[in-house]
Design a protein around this ligand. Structure first.
Ligand code: SF4
Length: 227
């Protein structure tokens, strides 16, 4: 069986629950995965915030391609890196069956800073593995990542309508601490994806850090077989 590519979002899902990951990968057209209109609005806002954040990196270049065209995204990223551009938005790397598109890859005097943009008002714990898998992929692709950051919103009443203020928080130490477990987590997820639907007992992880869309499939009467 061909190994499915592990993206950042798949990695984060697998951390929460490999059973949920299995369904997301094996049943991408599952009705549970159709975004309700209110969730789509959240995605749209996140996209808009990402675009506003790019203004903080003058001279940056956006990697534009269809999200499924990984080869084109990676090729454009290589070209942007070679051109010496000060920042790359959606910098894309595919290596060892892993894929990551980085919100902002900022060129430093030495090496690069990897910046993950979030439409929240603080750094949440679940952002650390999210950033760590991106650092792992970027480093595997040969990028000299010197710093990892989360760039989030700041409440500011003086902001005009349509404008946003951001804070950049250095999370390098937290990410570095998490990086050690990334290879083992990837191996665990790959093993789960090669077999039958994994058995995972429902629990607190079904709702945190994100609510699982498959709860109706799992939350059977006590003692019932999970599949
Ligand atoms: S409901 Fe819970 S156990 Fe079932 S797939 Fe979702 S996270 Fe996993």
């Amino acid at each position: 069986m061909i190994q499915p590519r592990l993206s950042k979002s798949r990695f984060c899902t697998g951390l929460q629950c490999v059973r949920q990951l299995w369904w997301r990968v094996r049943e991408p057209d599952a009705p549970e995965l159709v975004s309700p209109p209110d969730l789509q609005a959240v995605f749209d806002r996140g996209h808009r915030i990402g675009e506003l954040a790019q203004a903080a990196f003058p001279g940056g270049v956006l990697i534009e391609a269809e999200h499924w065209d990984v080869a084109k995204m990676c090729k454009a990223t290589s070209a942007a890196l070679a051109s010496g551009t000060p920042a790359i938005f959606e910098a894309s790397f595919s290596v060892d069956g892993l894929f990551s598109a980085i919100d902002v890859l900022e060129r430093l005097e030495a090496g690069f800073a990897l910046v993950e943009v979030k439409s929240t008002f603080s750094v949440k714990p679940q952002f650390i593995p999210d950033v760590a898998i991106q650092v792992h992929v970027a480093k595997a692709a040969g990028i000299d990542v010197r710093r990892a950051e989360v760039m989030h919103l700041v409440r500011d009443r003086n902001c005009a309508a349509g404008e946003e203020r951001f804070a950049r928080v250095d999370v390098s130490a937290e990410v570095e601490a998490f990086l050690a477990q990334v290879p083992a987590q990837i191996a665990r997820m790959r093993e789960a994806l090669t077999g039958d639907l994994p058995l995972v007992e429902p629990g607190a992880h079904c709702e945190a850090p994100y609510e699982c869309p498959f709860m109706a499939r799992c939350h059977l009467p006590k003692g019932a077989l999970l599949n």
